[in-house]
Design a protein around this ligand. Sequence first.
Ligand SMILES: NC(=O)c1ccc[n+]([C@@H]2O[C@H](COP(=O)([O-])OP(=O)(O)OC[C@H]3O[C@@H](n4cnc5c(N)ncnc54)[C@H](O)[C@@H]3O)[C@@H](O)[C@H]2O)c1
Ligand SMILES: [Zn+2]
Length: 710
Amino acid sequence: MTAPSEASAPERIATLRAELARHDALYYRAAQPEISDADYDTLKRELADLETQFPLFAQADSPTQRVGDDRTSGFATHRHRQPMQSLDNTYSPDELREFDARLTKLVGGEIGGGSMAPAGENKTESAGPLLDYVVEPKIDGVAVSLTYERGRLVRAVTRGNGVEGDDITENALTITTLPRELARGDALLAELGKAPLPELIEVRGEIFMTHAEFERINAERAAAGDSLYANPRNLCAGTIKQKDAREVARRRLEIALYAVGHCEPASALPATQHAVQERLRAWGLPGVEKFWRARGADEVWRAIGELDAIRATFAYATDGAVVKLDSLALQREVGATAKAPRWAIAYKFAAERAETLLTDITCQVGRTGVVTPVAELRPVHLAGTTVSRATLHNFEEIARKDIRIGDWVFVEKAGEIIPIVVGVNLARRMSGVYEPPTSCPECGTPLVRIEGEVALRCPNYDCPAQVRARVEHYASKACVDIDGLGEAMVATLVAKGWVRDIADIYRLRREDLLTLGKKVEKSTDALLAAIETSKRAELWRVIHGLGIMHVGAAVAKDLARHFGSLEALAAATLEDFLGPKKESLIDGIGETMARAIVGHFARAEARALLSALGELGVAPTPPTKATSGVGVFSGKTFVLTGTLPSMSRGEATAKIEAAGGTVSSSVSKKTSYLLAGEGGGSKLEKAQKLSVPVIGETEFMQFLASPASL
Ligand SMILES: NC(=O)c1ccc[n+]([C@@H]2O[C@H](COP(=O)([O-])OP(=O)(O)OC[C@H]3O[C@@H](n4cnc5c(N)ncnc54)[C@H](O)[C@@H]3O)[C@@H](O)[C@H]2O)c1
Ligand SMILES: [Zn+2]
């Protein structure tokens, strides 16, 4: 691209600013970015370069000068005692060296003494003494500031615009590994007076979601026919901004702390970043997986290489290394710009990218008939694996990226995420337009587009692809769990014409199954026994197995608890789910879901299936009150009393229910635990009289974290 002239620069600058502002809103507020981080960083770099080149057009409120704003409506805002900044970032090793050179010059003669290596030991060309750094993984999550007063957690706030952020305390409290109280530190340190608890401290870190949790949620969504989340960072950002803490509790978020903002008294802090890390750990705060101490640019570079080599083994996504000056005194001395500290830099790892030929776009038909395009690629080596297929999400995305069969495309793999086609090499384009299919690749039925959805669907309930997926889902571990009825077996049964819907599983005949091969008697009998057992599966498993849109396992459990039978659920009307003002009457089930459920059972096929299942002897086991939930508190009944130190009753209730327990309002012999805070009166007496165990918040959190202690 040719650089704009003085005349055309203002226009390009204005375009870039508007584009960046749009992407900021998509990324920080909606948690639904349209472009990759690397593409975003490229745009931002172009703007920064233009602003340097044409200082006349530089502006204090340019996206290059401020922190992206994550504040959303519905949250109280809270001012940080010390601003939360962003980090300057680079993808270039040379710029990393420049960063070190700049700092070395800045603090030049002033360093010395104990922390420095003798000059003779240093093998680089740099003339000055080497600086001490800490190299940390850059966790790809959402920045958060926690305030502890006298050791007790009082608040969690997002970065917001850097000056003030959203108060997400209630949501953050669903993170089971987040300590409500700081530990008094290592006994030895405490004895030496080295880990005093500060009066007030703002601890900074990152809320994130592990790959495993991300995949669990996506698998559940896939099973429910919902669209998939793009990556753990976006899902985490969206989750932490949920308005209902119960929804947050359903997804397991985690946290790592790596820095301190404000601290009173300042003397409670050590003098270096590496010691801060150790101190945070001594206070019981989860820290980063690993950090490196490095002296000078060479060692920093080596540490970054080591991090890059092991970061794939971390449970969470990292998108770079953060290099920080170790001495806090020097950090203060070099200070910060409006947007980022001068004493730190993020070195970002570029997502690995490869170019290859798109040989075809095939279409997969899912359980609910949704047609998903898949890119078939000439096999290419990428981030340690051979990639021959990549997801294209939906047809709208193909149109937006203007992808055509026969194109040379760029494929990227960031972290563990499935490869995606990020764009087309237009210079090598040969072929014409791509037209999405108009009929089902499996059964030929014309495809339809449902109002308000981007997806194309095959509307044929008997479409073999949908039947296979439906039966597989019903028989899967997440549903009624019929051992022996996996993908291959289901495909065979459907191909034979023996199974045309879920109910046909219960019509399978032994003599037919025995024709499937020699020596299949044993496996046939095992399969038939498993099918028989599934007739008594827990109600929520059968509900989940029906494949109602938007209904995953968690919702199925709520429905089972609330309705108690398939018949009652199928007979429910919208009024059973929503009040006169469309407010939700059943926890966790909003309007979209309610409409999907009622709509599902309004279909003749769904009702026919239910009565067939009943006639064939399928009689799911309804939840009994005491064992309705799943989770560490399954079968336990709690009563709450008094004021808990760090959570409201609503929060405590949400946690208990999310873990499968129930909360009741009065103490009886059936009460498992009384969760008591300050000022619990009559309930406490009654519990003691009935010998109901009384626990405090700390024990409660311990139970949650390690159920073995129950
Ligand atoms: N794709 C998009 O549309 C889009 C839009 C806006 C921003 N972004 C991405 O976000 C970046 C800018 O966001 P940003 O201002 O949050 O900066 P950043 O994410 O690049 O770096 C700053 C953040 O890193 C985090 N961090 C993680 N580990 C850390 C550690 N060990 N020490 C210190 N901080 C650590 C902190 O939350 C800090 O706020 C862009 O460079 C881009 O990659 C993407
Ligand atoms: Zn079809």
